[in-house]
Design a protein around this ligand. Structure first.
Ligand code: FAD
Ligand code: MLT
Ligand code: ZN
Length: 483
């Protein structure tokens, strides 16, 4: 089995024999459990059916594997920490899964130039720790940081919880080494801060979801660590106040390092599913905002800001984390939403984005749409119930809409029901000029929806770009769009 446009020139047995001779017997996996585990990501919707899993240990091996697969028309799916949320790392059509897990060395940390040079299989958390070890800071931060790889972050252009202050993955990348479909190694900028000599090709690969090349190394920005972070959770009664709170933060000139939100439903599910989780509030509220600021001076900026927000009627309650334990607890209430939802039921995910001033009008129309849809739906059994759970990086205009049904519900029926609502929401989103993906990417799950956000002309240029870099179409075929 393979992709229709490819005609493999070697049998599976021959391919595995060649790859084993190249990287070593134990670094080509073919056992049923290995294929199942490594052939998928967090989505678990598509059935994994890879040809094999290959684990190279350096760029030279990646290059030889690609040259062989190119020559023999074998599809390759690059694989990082497999925490992706749109089936980008899924191999369901006989692909060779190329995992960068063994390429996990941090190569250099430069505290003068403020850069870190790393292989692609290093986890985001390991980069954070390496920076911290020498008194610096690597700002990319997401709840999956212990598992996801920097190669995967770059391939998805991951966003995370600190984008509001430091930018996303793209903003951290100074240089990249990429292995192309034909095995050529492309070295793009050793890490210069400034380099205006022609096209900056590395940006093509950031967010390309493994369809244009295999990221093998990166040079990333480091920065001085933030001083005296303060964290508060605020209770908010209506959504329209949330963008107003954000405006007040800007007007007060506080340095916002995170501005996250979640609904009452999201909060309840975390409290029910996360062992030891506690709410800081006596009464529940429809919305919560987690605000982190840097407070380098002696002024109690957070207290002053919260008082102002109370006086203006924008928040109904608030608590500031009093110590490092509470700091972690408060962050835990936000960062554990994804895992708590997964434990709670079947989940389908959206990660839409809108201009900040469009958030409130969009949510108002969304509420109307959902009321209309639920009144036209027939009353089914409780196991068919569908909850919409909203949370996300609201300070970046990024709203995560999750469709959640009980685990007992028939999975196919659940997907159909969630899709019906999702399509309506995407149509609404077009009206507000939003995007169907703020940070997770397109992968397989959203490729039929690309047209909601990108014009036919844009997709045509994407196709031409793909054909130029990967003329045989062996790199992660079928992801983002069909060529
Ligand atoms: P994988 O899932 O293995 O792969 C993702 C894509 O990248 C695939 O298309 C794959 O083919 C490609 N790829 C992987 N490695 C390479 C490489 N070396 N070269 C070329 N292509 C490659 N995402 C956010 O943006 N923000 C969040 O806040 C966030 N929070 C999360 C929280 C949880 C609990 C979970 C489970 C996921 C979260 N994610 C978030 C999604 C996910 O963690 C990110 O998309 C992450 O960047 C994926 O990295 P990975 O190494 O796991 O990649
Ligand atoms: C998050 O913000 O927590 C992540 O993007 C994961 C998710 O959307 O579930
Ligand atoms: Zn997110």
């Amino acid at each position: 089995m393979t992709h229709a446009h490819l005609t493999p020139k070697v049998s599976t047995v021959e391919a595995i024999k060649y790859l084993r001779a190249l990287v070593g017997e134990s670094f080509v996996l073919t056992g049923a459990l290995d294929l199942k585990t490594w052939g998928t990501d967090w989505t678990k919707v598509y059935e994994p059916k890879p040809l094999c899993i290959v684990l190279p240990q350096n760029t030279a091996e990646v290059s030889k594997i690609m040259a062989y697969c190119h020559e023999n028309e074998l599809a390759v799916t690059p694989s990082g920490g497999r925490t992706g949320l749109c089936a980008g790392a899924v191999a369901s059509e006989g692909e060779v899964v190329m995992s960068l897990s063994r390429m996990c060395k941090i190569l250099d940390v430069d505290s003068t130039g403020l850069t870190i040079t790393t292989e692609a299989g290093v986890t985001t958390q390991a980069l954070q720790e390496a920076a911290k070890y020498i008194g610096l800071f690597f700002p990319l931060d997401l709840a999956s940081k212990g598992s996801c790889h920097i190669g995967g972050n770059i391939a998805t252009n991951a966003g995370g919880v600190k984008l509001i202050k430091y930018g996303g993955t793209r903003e951290q990348v100074l240089g990249l080494e990429v292995v192309l479909a034909n095995g050529d190694i492309l070295d793009m900028n050793v890490g210069l801060r400034k380099n205006n000599s022609g096209y900056d090709l590395k940006h093509l690969f950031i967010g390309s979801e493994g369809t244009l090349g295999i990221v093998t190394k990166a040079v990333l920005r480091l920065m001085p660590k933030p001083r005296n972070l303060q964290l508060a959770i605020m209770a908010v009664d209506v959504f329209e106040k949330i963008p107003k709170i954000l405006t007040e933060c800007s007007l007060a000139a506080v340095s916002v390092t995170a501005f996250e939100f979640f609904t009452q439903v999201a909060h309840k599910i975390v409290l029910a599913r996360l062992p030891g989780a506690r709410t800081p509030f006596a009464a529940s509220s429809p919305f919560y905002v987690l605000l982190e600021i840097e407070q380098p001076g002696s002024e109690p900026e957070m207290e002053t800001l919260l008082e102002k927000l109370f006086d203006q009627g924008l928040i109904s309650d608030a608590t500031i984390a009093a110590n490092s334990t509470q700091f972690k607890e408060f962050w835990g209430l936000r960062e554990n939403i994804t895992e708590s939802l997964a434990a709670h039921g079947q989940v389908r995910k959206n990660d839409i984005s809108l201009a900040i001033d469009q958030l409130d009008p969009f949510v108002k129309e969304l509420e109307k749409l959902l009321t209309k849809m639920s009144s036209s739906a027939t009353n089914g059994p409780a196991s068919d119930a569908m909850e919409l759970v909203l949370f996300g990086h609201i300070g970046d205009g990024n709203l995560h809409i999750n469709y959640v049904s009980p685990k007992e519900r028939n999975p196919k029926e659940f997907q159909v029901a969630a899709r019906t609502i999702e399509e309506q929401i995407f149509k609404l989103l077009t009206k507000f000029k939003g995007s169907i993906s703020a940070e997770h990417g397109i992968g397989l799950t959203k490729k039929k929806d690309l047209h909601f956000t990108r014009t036919a002309q844009e997709v045509s240029w994407m196709r031409q770009t793909k054909r130029l870099w990967d003329p045989k179409g062996i790199l992660n075929p079928g992801k983002i769009f069909d060529v």
